[in-house]
Design a protein around this ligand. Sequence first.
Ligand code: URA
Length: 477
Amino acid sequence: MYRLIVRDETSLDEFRDQVRRLIAAKTAPRDVTWSIGTENDLFGEAPPPEATAPKFTVPSAYVDLARRVLCNRDPQRFALLYELMWRLLTEDRSLLSIFSDPLVYRLRQMEKSVGRDLHKMTAFVRFRKVEDDGDERYIAWFEPQHLILKPASAFFIKRFANMDWSILTPDGTLHWDRRELTTGPGVPKSQAPTEDVLEEWWRTYYRSTFNPARANPKMMKTEMPVRYWKNLPEAALIPQMLAQAEKRTGTMIAAPPTAPRRVAMPMMVIEPPAAEAGTLAALKREAQVCERCPLFCNATQTVFGEGSPDAPLVFVGEQPGDQEDLAGRPFVGPAGQMFDRAIAEAGIDRSLVYVTNAVKHFKFEPRGKRRIHKKPNINEIEHCRGWLDRELELIQPKLIVALGGTAARALTGKDIKITQMRGQTITQRSGATVLFTVHPSYLLRLPDAQSQRDEYRRFVHDLSLIPGRIPAVAKAA
Ligand code: URA
């Protein structure tokens, strides 16, 4: 019988080493116990390392599963993972694909729980600004359900690369200084800063996006589990807003429609290098850390516009899709391919134009492993509109093409019915002309091949008038 002491409980390397020794010593799972301990535990006993231990391979899916499951707080995880390894080697190498097997099922559930916690952490960490001797640092307190600090760090480094930040948790701490990540032991909540200006920002945002007519407390608790509320500034508003929802819904139904307010949000500003000031490159850099609305929480990155900085023609889409979100570039996914094909057929050279979106973060709803596109709402369009306005101010195009209703709303501030305005133009105060047409993903959603063909021809027709008006964007013959 072996009694194993695990010292670094999330370490795949340590677990792998112990498993190798156990397998080399032909130790059945019932002959080993696992416990979590420290350097001072004297009684842990493992099989000795074997110089001539037979080599064995395991499916890569096992390694991925183990990496996640080791972050689960369940103390049974080592024993369960070892039992799975033993059965993979002695019974059935395809065991991992048998989801009805109780052991596989339990480990998959543990893996899922860690994945959910990681997702919640990326959405619910709230930084507070702390100033010390002129230095600024953003500090967040978070209480994860599992031991996910290490795997979560990559997300925060990528998202907040240009900020100094710390994330404090009871299990450990992460500190980023724009170059290097350091870690430290866990701390009590009393070490975390309290209230700052960002708190009020989150509450303002939450108040402005809370729709009493759609309030669904059960759904809300699934999306934002109560466990996280105590560290979310906006959560303090929830009980009161739910209590008032019914009354507010009645008032909303009775009230005449109102135009949305433009809300000025405080924002973190990243100073551009002097040579870049006032350029699209500087604006793009600023937008990388945009937190004007919470869409940044779940998206991978800001997808800024790209193309010629003095293009006479700008295309404005709705928001990045799944592939654009991952690539960090607009119109590169399926709608982008449709767009490329159509503008090429209309005689326009993409390298001579500028392509951007009304909303710069991908809004989606997770469904299983997929991320399903969700239309941005008026608040999100309004919050992002500042970026689009500034892009257009710098580029000063002659013609702007609004691809679909969201772009039309961002460019005019009005609800435009594309079916009515398609092919028509208006002139902006800046002197630029705005041409309205459909969004390429509308064509992808049409149910039958014939209407797809017809609508595609109409789309190309809308665009084909452009090279005649702006020869500078025409494709070389
Ligand atoms: N749809 C858009 O509106 N923009 C993109 O970048 C991709 C799809």
